[in-house]
Design a protein around this ligand. Structure first.
Ligand SMILES: N[C@@H](CCC(=O)N[C@@H](CS)C(=O)NCC(=O)O)C(=O)O
Length: 198
């Protein structure tokens, strides 16, 4: 089977997470919106987003067509590819942890986007530059170090360990360490998260 990936052709964006997983799995796929010709390109993507009545419609690109199945949401697609092609563990503990890391990445991507589009994703960056500049300070100083630090540290700590075996949080990770640092981390992120959600 050849997978069909649907994503904006000119940018890496969230589509790149899926491309990397498909490449790593070594499976056949087409990047539909990057192709030209009948049933290809961006119009083919819009057919799914706007046209057809689907039982499980995607909210936004990226989405993956696997046979008759249409799967949306980056983390969800990765969970599907990961389990199917041995890139992520099948057991609950490891599967949940891997997905949790990816959802953290998704938060990071969304917050980076919102720092540039603080008023609306429907407006160009240039139309909301003063607000973006203000928000960028908070993003850079408060959110980015936490989210980025967590992902980088976890990845680094895992390099020496055989993949798919140990899927508890790494001992030196803020999530794996029961210490004052962890309590500080939890207090800090909870406060920041709830402030962000309001
Ligand atoms: N939570 C979704 C977000 C998808 C998303 O926002 N995709 C962007 C491109 S990266 C888009 O095309 N959005 C159009 C829209 O939100 O209407 C995911 O992780 O896949």
């Amino acid at each position: 089977m050849t997978y069909e990936l649907y994503y904006w052709p000119e940018i890496q964006g969230r589509g790149e997470f899926i491309r990397l997983a498909l490449e790593d799995a070594g499976v056949k796929y087409v990047d539909v919106a990057r192709l030209s010709g009948k049933s290809s390109g961006v119009p083919a993507m819009f057919k799914f987003l706007e046209g057809e009545r689907l039982a499980t419609p995607p909210f936004a690109p990226p989405f993956l067509k696997a046979g008759t199945r249409i799967i949306g949401q980056t983390a969800n697609i990765l969970q599907f590819i990961g389990a199917r092609h041995g890139l992520a563990p099948r057991q609950d503990a490891g599967r949940l942890w891997t997905n949790q890391l990816q959802l953290t990445m998704s938060d990071l991507v969304a917050e980076a986007h919102d720092a540039h589009h603080p008023i609306s994703g429907g407006l160009y960056y240039e139309e909301q530059k003063p607000e973006a500049l203000k928000r960028a300070v908070h993003f850079r100083e408060e959110r980015l170090p936490i989210l980025h630090g967590l992902v980088v540290q976890e990845t680094r700590d895992r390099e020496d360990r055989p993949a798919h075996r140990t899927f508890a949080p790494a001992a030196s990770s803020p999530l794996g360490r029961r210490s004052d640092d962890l309590r500080q981390f939890e207090i800090r992120t909870n406060r920041r998260s709830s402030a962000g959600c309001r």
